[in-house]
Ligand binder design. Sequence first.
Ligand code: ADP
Ligand code: MG
Length: 302
Amino acid sequence: MTHPDQPVRVIALMNQKGGVGKTTTAVNLAAGIAELGRKVLLVDMDPQAHATLHVGADQQDGPTVYDLLLDPSIGLDACVRRVDDRLGIVAAETDLAAAEHELAAMSDRNQRLARAIHASARDDEFVLIDCPPGLGVLTLNALAAAQEVIIPMQAHFLALQGVGKLLETVRLVRDQVNPELRVAGVVLCMHDSQTSHSKAVVDDLAAFFEAQRDTGLPWAHARVYRPAVRRNIKLAECPSFGQTIFQYAPWAPGAVDYRELAASVVAEWDRAVRGLGSIRGGRDALSEAEIRVLRGQREPIE
Ligand code: ADP
Ligand code: MG
């Protein structure tokens, strides 16, 4: 996006494993950022089209991301469906599964989404890309288009195993295609903070990132985002109603967590844009007063 006064933060929600919370985080983080008054575009890169269904968008209603990848001259704008005043989505469709094959012969196959985003004159401040599971051409398009990767995952030992491969992919894309790319951090999904196992995994993850600080690797500034998103049945229910958690159950724990996460993501961005500090930080990116406002009249978060 080339809007002169509007820097844009493009974030890919990526993990090659399925079922870890990518789509739930892409949709509800996007909606949470929009609730804060910022313009957000969600891009659904998964042929399963879960993000598209989650926001209640119609797959048939105009061109989708599949059409855009095959023919970037359509332009990003023609593919955006409006969800509300501040949130739009580029929908996916099942045909997207064929894109890998259809793009195979094209030398710019991994950069088609990036080109479409950069060529657009839209004034969205945040673009969140929901990646499919896997590390194929659709995920590579997301990584080529993004500045940052956020990794949704569970705090399980086995989930950690996949992170090395994921980081290596990010490094390859940075080295070969997108020098700007970096890992912003991990969002813990379906989190149970009570078990000693999950505590140990979170500690390991935080220690790993701390040890990477001066390496110059794309994850040298990564962190574990706060808050972790608690397991909350309302988050699993709301997609079938075509609603975000803020529409479906605005004060459920899932809404409280994604609202606070959105505020943290916006706060670090504002700081980066204003150049007031490093993009690192964490929950302390928010003042206690801001956190109280976000919590409304509800129970404090543990
Ligand atoms: P992915 O996009 O990585 O495949 P999803 O976001 O679709 O993962 O999540 C997998 C399943 O877990 C979905 O059914 C979703 O509704 C559910 N889910 C995700 N986050 C939570 C949560 N915090 N609490 C309860 N269920 C969740
Ligand atoms: Mg998904």
